[in-house]
Design a protein around this ligand. Sequence first.
Ligand code: EPU
Length: 489
Amino acid sequence: MLTQDKETISRMPRGPITATQEVLKVQGGAQLKGTVRAAGAKNAMTKLLVASLLSDKRCIFYNVPDIGDVEVTVALCREIGADIQWDRAKGVMEVITKEIKTSYIPQSFSGANRIPILMIGALLGRTGDDIIVPTVGGCKIGRRSVDFHITALEKLGARIEYREMRREGAYFASAHNGLKGAVIELPFPSVGATENTILASVTARGTTVIKNAAIEPEIVDLILFLQKLGAIITLDVDRTIHIQGTRRFYEVEHTVLPDRLEAASWGMAAIASKGKVLVEGAQHLNMITFLNKVREVGGGYNVKSDGIEFFYDGPMQGGLHIETDVHPGFGTDWQQPFVVLLTQASGASVVHETVYENRFGYCQTLVEMGADISLFRQCLGGKSCRFASQGHLHSLVVRGPTPLTGRDITIPDLRAGFAYVMAALLASDSSTLRGVRYLDRGYENLVPKLQALGADIERSQAAVLPGTEEAEGPYGLANFCQSPFGELS
Ligand code: EPU
């Protein structure tokens, strides 16, 4: 059993498991006002931690978000052999991995999040020894296959085989003769596949060229970190990344970039609630497409020296066409809260989700709360996407403005979770939100931050509903001790 598992379980209350769970109680109607700070980016910090395993040098991270996804990744890296000191109050983490103790990622991390698959790239890069990585999980928003990762790593010389194990499958990887640079063209600019390929190429012999790479700001942050670590790495304007292999590493100090997804979440909540919120740390450069849509819908923003202030600027107009895309397009992780914002704008707007085939599952609850949303299998947008003619409900039309009423809501994934928090804040009465763990894993201090902005929200306990994931899902009460982590995005 994992050390972290043992610690977590030893902290759990003894005796019979009571069928209650933590929930959020939200009374709608408050206008959010004040200042909030966006934490370090979840989708950067988790990858930076994995990248630190490439070397035996000390890495110091600042602006580390205190969120569940980082906790799980810390547990994973400790399992591998990393010595990690984390001052949560200061947001500082020191990591040093003198040696890799094991390249076997235990099954208990299976389904925990998307991070374990990146261990293949990092550990092949560090040791080349036999590596076993269980299947990866994440929010259920699409098929989320890892075929691009595997193909790219094989091109670098890795041998990777998927085998069915007793409970679940695992990837067996090795590179006994070391990795060798190659030219790799990704079929789609996948964030994870780009990261995995970069991690593996840092120590490969020769030069690796990744074409059609993802260039999300969190990937740029990873590149900056790796450059400080010793990598010789360039990012061209045409989505091409060049990495020249090296094994000479240096100590690194790195400040994690602020979370543009959290920053946008606060912006949308501020505007939708008719309030005014300064989001400290929000970076203009990484939110350009988002800010254009804020202007289009009639929301207000001012870019300040220390962040971006978002405010209600009078009645909002629909008529928007939003097509989610890879960066620098409109991020898929902004989509769910933006749809809630659009329920408050007059007229119809169209949203075409082109990154995930199944990211509209949360709409049903919004409709039950009073939203007017219709889903379509066709590509409603300027272009047809990978999901055209596949039968997935991946376009929607939302008409507003519609008043929302409170509900007992079960959160299915992280960003849907924030969308529901927003909807509950806009509702005329109270709501109960279950599945708080999804929010905790991506939003640092969500409830205190919302309370400081004037929201009427609190954590409390409520009975677990029979038949829900909390009661009977793989990580629910019925299987309480199997994994303390649950599923993340
Ligand atoms: N895809 C494949 N094969 C692959 C890899 C990806 O078909 O081998 C497909 C996926 O099924 C998906 C698309 O490509 O349809 C994009 O997937 P990508 O690999 O880019 O996503 P990811 O690396 O799994 C990260 C973030 C997500 C974010 C996406 C897109 C992390 C831990 N997760 O996922 O974040 O939505 O990139 O930007 O970095 C979130 O924070 O809430 C979240 C879901």
